[in-house]
Design a protein around this ligand. Structure first.
Ligand code: TRP
Length: 438
């Protein structure tokens, strides 16, 4: 099985996906005031989120970065990543938003200028209208940011063609801008840890699971550029290993002084193995030790990247069938630019999990788990968990009917789109506060 970030495949079995690709189950009950997407298991998986959790807990700087390929219209499925951004911004994260105009050019032949226009009108204005704050926040374009492109070239130097083909299924006829696009995305994700953009710190990338191949590539490359490797050995010891072959003694001395200040007294330095073994350390100490070594790496000319973390959300179903996507046809998606009446009407014709007749529904109940209208409440339009439970149970028991449910959701969609429209008008005036081209 391979995940293709550029096809619009449906993923039904998220547990299997998680197991197959080594994505971990998202289970962080300590998140402060968790957003409904977390409370309701819509965010089903993660890589490396513990680093972010610790940063939140101990009030350390961290940032969130995500990106958008400006190709079609923004729909409420896209809203899930920005909802996470807004939530994390509200608890102190710094925000970076990448406009993937190089990717759109490579994958869809979208001219850069057109990409810019779509990004602004379809995405950014909506992000701002949804509540994105300008403080500690920047939106940038891949094609304009030197640091991103430079990193992409550098990362390309440690990536070969057979690896790219294996991950992405590229063929002889794939165009080179497309081939380069994943490396630009790696540049997006890692450049925020360059000095100019705030230096090494934990970075969270909230995405749909279709983006996981990019995360695997990025995490591997971030690690490739590290000087030290802190890991558990086969016999259960924690070791710090020096990766390069030069200045090994010096680097081990540096590591030694770090572990001493961290209070480890029992350790063995074995220069022949380019290693320092810690007797008193356990697996849970690894990230703390690793973090403490980052400043050393920076002094030695390394990047000292923290491995970027990711969260994965489920995809919304299309209102008529399939996955909600810009290409699935206008009836399948609620676009943020839909007129309120249009959005409201789409709800009225959406596929539900109701019985085939009123009698059937009363007798056998509905299937909220297979209902696109219920999904809208679950993901976006009903924040009250008790109320959601009530609707779920009443639907299942057959006492709550599709007609009333659609009416309720359609009114909510109408209100939401109407308010958003007004806020978008205001967003145009403040847009400049968000965009940063350098
Ligand atoms: N590839 C992403 C998409 O198709 C867009 C993207 C570009 C992105 N750079 C990113 C996503 C960095 C997350 C992080 O939607």
């Amino acid at each position: 099985m391979r995940i293709d970030p550029w096809s619009s495949s449906q993923f039904d079995d998220y547990t299997r996906l998680r197991d197959e690709f080594g994505i971990e189950e998202f289970n962080f009950p300590d998140l402060p005031n968790p957003h409904r997407l977390f409370r309701r298991g819509v965010i089903f998986g993660h890589r490396g989120f513990q680093l972010i959790m610790d940063a939140i807990k101990f009030n350390k700087p961290w940032c969130i970065l995500t990106g958008l390929a400006p190709s079609g219209k923004m729909h409420i499925g896209h809203k899930m990543t920005i909802d996470q951004v807004l939530y994390f911004q509200s608890i102190g994260a710094e925000v970076f938003l990448a406009v993937a105009d190089i990717e759109a050019l490579g994958v869809r032949g979208m001219p850069l200028e057109k990409g810019r226009e779509i990004a602004i009108n379809e995405y950014m204005l909506n992000y701002i209208a949804l509540g994105l704050k300008p403080e500690k926040c920047q939106i940038y374009f891949q094609s304009k940011r030197e640091a991103v492109k430079d990193l992409a070239y550098l990362m390309g130097n440690k990536t070969n063609w057979s690896e790219m083909r294996a991950i992405y299924g590229f063929t002889d006829s794939t165009n080179m801008t497309h081939v380069f696009a994943p490396l630009v995305q790696v540049g997006d994700i890692l450049h925020v840890q360059l000095e100019k953009y705030g230096g090494p710190r934990p970075t969270l990338v909230p995405v749909g699971v279709d983006q996981d191949p990019h995360m695997r590539l990025t995490r591997n490359l971030a690690f490739s550029f590290r000087i030290f490797n802190v890991t558990e050995t086969k016999d259960g010891k924690i070791g710090i290993f020096v990766k390069p072959d030069d200045r090994v003694d010096e680097l081990l001395d540096q590591a030694e002084s770090i572990v001493k200040t961290q209070g480890y007294a029992d350790y063995k330095k074995i220069p022949n193995y380019k290693a320092l073994y810690l007797d008193g350390a356990v697996k849970e100490d690894i990230s703390k030790i690793d973090e403490a070594l980052i400043p050393v790496e920076r002094r030695y000319g390394g990047y000292g990247f923290f491995s970027p973390a990711s969260t994965y959300h489920r995809f919304m179903s299309g209102l008529t069938s399939g996955k909600m996507s810009s290409s699935a046809g206008a009836e399948a998606s609620i676009f943020l630019s839909d007129a309120p009446e249009v959005g409201a009407k789409k709800v009225m014709t959406a596929k539900t999990g109701g019985g085939v007749s009123k009698e059937d529904h009363m007798k056998n109940g509905g299937k909220p788990n297979e209902c696109t209208v219920f999904e809208m409440l679950l993901y976006h339009f009903l924040d009250d968990d008790n109320e959601l439970d009530r609707i779920y149970n009443d639907c299942k028991s057959g006492s709550w009917f599709c007609g009333s449910c659609k009416k309720l959701v359609s009114e909510k969609v109408f209100e939401f789109l109407k308010e958003l429209h007004d806020k978008r008008e205001h967003a145009k005036e403040v847009l400049d506060q968000y965009i940063r081209d350098d």
